[in-house]
Design a protein around this ligand. Structure first.
Ligand SMILES: Cc1cc2nc3c(=O)[nH]c(=O)nc-3n(C[C@H](O)[C@H](O)[C@H](O)COP(=O)(O)O)c2cc1C
Length: 458
């Protein structure tokens, strides 16, 4: 029954997002069918209670000791059964209702300016609002990376919760992991507004935030409080590090080392972000010489502190690297023994269709659907060059279970998204997970793990 209700939740939720007539028609039929199935046990369980009240009203019969015993037994069994029934159906129905409500509310946020909408969303999540997934993820979605178990491979990419304010609510929503940041050592305001633009027709966003960050100290307070209550941990957390704009390129490594020292211990993994297009010179750090020196310093900072010594370090790269640059990155991450690579950040490229859009000419990084193909191409290449020996996180344009599955087949053990979540809201998480489950089943994979890199085995 839980699975049915869960499917209903995801279906309703996805319908709220899609609002496409066909989807609605299909689902209303199924939803009705599911409600009937969910409702049936509750009705059955309520029957003894009704029997009790009619017995009690009946008077004479209730006075006989045998009847009283029978009535009390009925009442007990009925009440217990009803409570169990209600608890099960209530929790899943509450899940359904919550995701559907948030799914319906998400388009309303789009009436606001993108940055304001984002701030409102974060503030709501910080207040504890936001749906909570009650049902466990399907066993096929479980995946292992860096010696840790992820209940599902779908994570929230960096940039959504830059200052570590909402990650708990985001984890409870059903992400297998959430990456906070990029956090810079010192607070900095980022670029002037407006600096985020929606291209809804393309399922895309262009942003040039430029690492607006409240800095390490601010994030540290919240991360430490979260970790202090370890039993509350509901999922895995990544800490994504950036550099301050004013830090000279030759001193960039210092900012990442500070990141490891100041907040690295609070992440289940640490990310060195050298690929945001909105900090001048940042992407130069992906060059062979820079990258290897930078990573060496970061890794030795990690190793010398017992609180961070076991934390996996990942590097996040751009989708705009040339073949030669991709080769260089692969060779550096192998030689420096970096634990993983996130492929990729946003792109500075503008496909023709995007160029024609009113916002297509805005400076910044393009994310969302147009990024799916180029970022998956780089991911595929990175898997090939690293021989599948380094954990890869596929990011860029994921908007469906099929997209996530394509990343996994190309070599990703974990997948992240941002833009599609900003458009679709919480129901999208359940939808992607359900679709991914279906993709795995369809192609005969027992688990995510079995499908990693499958595209290379043909
Ligand atoms: C508004 C916005 C802000 C972002 N900020 C960051 C950031 O601070 N650090 C980072 O590593 N990536 C950042 N990203 C990039 C995302 O983490 C992700 O790599 C990229 O958007 C591709 O995924 P998507 O197509 O699913 O959005 C940002 C993306 C967007 C749209």
């Amino acid at each position: 029954m839980r699975r049915v209700a869960r499917a209903l939740a995801a279906r309703c939720a996805s319908d709220a997002v899609n609002a496409s007539r066909g989807a609605c028609e299909r689902s209303s039929g199924r939803a009705g069918e599911m409600i009937t199935r969910i409702g049936t046990p509750a009705r059955v369980l309520r029957a003894p209670s009704r029997a009790l009240s009619s017995d009690a009203r009946g008077g004479s019969e209730a006075k006989a000791p045998g009847s009283v015993f029978r009535a009390v037994s009925y009442a007990f069994v009925g009440a217990a059964g009803a409570m169990v029934g209600l608890r099960v159906s209530d929790s899943t129905l509450a899940e359904t209702a919550e995701y559907a409500a948030y799914g319906a509310a998400t388009p309303a946020l789009r009436l606001l300016d993108p940055e304001l909408a984002h701030d409102v969303g974060i503030a709501m999540l910080e207040l504890g609002l936001g749906p909570r997934q009650r049902t466990a993820d399907d066993a096929s979605l479980e995946t292992r990376a860096f010696g840790m178990t992820f209940t599902n491979p779908i994570g929230l990419a960096a940039g959504f919760d830059k200052d570590a304010r909402a990650f708990e609510a985001l984890l409870r929503m059903g992400f297998g992991f959430v990456e906070i940041g990029s956090v810079t050592p010192q607070p900095q305001p980022g670029n002037p507004k407006p600096r985020a633009f929606r291209l809804p027709e393309h399922g895309a966003v262009i942003n040039r935030y430029g690492f607006n960050s409240k800095g390490h100290e601010s994030a540290k307070g919240r991360l430490a409080a979260y970790r202090a209550n370890a039993s509350e941990a509901v999922g895995l957390l990544g800490v994504n590090l950036g550099k301050n704009k004013t830090t000279l390129e030759e001193n960039a490594a210092d900012d990442y080392v500070l990141g490891v020292d100041n907040i690295g211990e609070y992440g289940d993994y640490i990310v060195v972000n050298v690929s945001s297009p909105n900090t001048p010179g940042l992407r130069n750090l992906q060059g062979r010489k820079h990258l290897s020196g930078l990573l060496r310093k970061v890794l030795s900072a990690r190793d010398r502190n017992p609180a961070t010594a076991k934390k996996p370090v990942l590097v996040k790269i751009a989708p705009d690297l040339t073949d030669a640059e991709i080769k260089d990155v692969a060779s550096v991450v192998k030689s420096e023994k970096v634990d993983g690579v996130i492929v990729s950040n946003t792109t500075i490229a503008r496909p023709d269709a995007i160029k024609a859009h009113a916002h297509g000419g805005e400076a910044g990084g393009l994310s969302g659907k147009p990024l799916m193909e180029p970022s998956t191409r780089v991911l595929h290449e990175m898997y090939r060059l690293t021989g599948g020996k380094i954990t890869l996180v596929g990011c860029g344009g994921v908007a469906s279970g099929e997209d996530a599955y394509a990343k996994i087949r190309a070599g990703a053990t974990l997948v992240q998204l941002y833009t599609a979540f900003a458009f679709g809201g919480p129901p999208l998480i359940l939808k992607i997970k359900r679709e991914l489950e279906e993709c795995l089943k369809r192609d005969g994979f027992a688990s995510v793990q079995d499908a990693v890199g499958a595209a290379h085995r043909k």
